[in-house]
Design a protein around this ligand. Sequence first.
Ligand code: HEM
Ligand SMILES: *[C@@H]1O[C@H](CO)[C@@H](O)[C@H](O)[C@H]1NC(C)=O
Length: 379
Amino acid sequence: MSRLTVVFLVGAAAAAALLGAAVDAKIVDGLRAGFYNKTCPEAEGTIRDVVNSEIGMDRTIAAGIIRIFFHDCFITGCDASILLDETPSGDVPEKESSANGFTLHGLRTIDVAKSTIEAMCPNTVSCADILAFAARDAAVSAGLPWYDVTAGRRDGMRSNMDDLPGKMPAPGHQVPRLAELFAQHGMSQEDLVVLSGAHSIGGAHCFMFSNRLYGFSQGADIDPALEPAYAAQLRQVCPQPREEDDPEKAPKVSFDSRTAQELDNVYYSELLAGRGLLTSDDALIKDPETKKTVELFAANDALWQQKFAQAMQKLGALDVLVDTTQGQIRQQCRLVNTQTTQQTTQQTPQSTQESTQSQQPRRPGFGFGRFIPGFHGFF
Ligand code: HEM
Ligand SMILES: *[C@@H]1O[C@H](CO)[C@@H](O)[C@H](O)[C@H]1NC(C)=O
């Protein structure tokens, strides 16, 4: 079979694989260390330089990148489906879900990394791998010890916001539901506690937790689980929500009010002190089993850091496409390659640059029409 035929079959094969796929996500073997050692030896270092330089300009991006990686991997696996602005099928992409939308932060860094890498090694390094490396680099920049990231992920060709309901955890969830969603992805209750520690950096918009501050229940205006001084502080930053509020202008509050920029175990001691920001954070100390794990990590930073690195690697293997008959290496992370660009690429590599450029103006406007403010808008 000629190379060209293979390329033309890719779309059909991926579609068939998706149709036949089990509902539950799974951890897939087949990623390798040093995957780009021969084909693009500078890839990892270049991505790290880009990430570090972007974070140098804006530290908050580190948290954003880690979250993008999590949201990508939880929905149709780590296939960069979250990065697509539009889809060949016309499906509304994951990006426009209320769990993503304008709350995604750091997308530009991935674009910069991709265009830098494409200039060095065209059609070689997938967006899914770039995101996995970048998430590690972001974690390391926030203080996590270095960990190796295996690679060989290919980029998916579908993305649909309708894939999120029933798969993505929401800020109002309690442990049974959170653990169930993690289990659906082959991840344990311990993984849930470990990875929630990502909320050691970054923050949440007021509307993600304002139900805890105003009109919480019939008996209590404020969630009694919140330490009173902390709740008072939050109320100062987050005024009572009003119908006409523009969610994009909502203030953002750090998860960890003590070491907001450091990926460390302070998140866990804050939880124990009644300073967990989201209901889903506080939930981890309401459940007696997860509370034990929280206490363990609050007392042992090194243990948590090691577990976090391991869990990120596990997350990074969810439903990955590793076979060359599946997916593709996208030329731009926001768009699936068109068949013409694929074909051109395979026949005359010199014309890649041209076809990439001709795609640029296709970047669509980014609508938030579907965004529903407040976590009640989440499934
Ligand atoms: C366990 C269930 C989880 C829920 C319900 C949840 C929910 C949320 C919500 C509502 C936000 C705030 C978004 C915003 O307002 O901009 C957020 C931020 C964040 N999440 Fe999670 N999350 C969960 C687990 C995770 C996991 C597993 C990771 C990564 C491994 C993660 C990483 C982050 C990071 C780093 C931020 C900060 C983003 C930023 O500041 O730009 N989260 N999460
Ligand atoms: C890939 O290259 C790096 C840097 O040269 C090296 O440390 C690593 O051992 C190599 N990995 C493999 C699997 O060849």
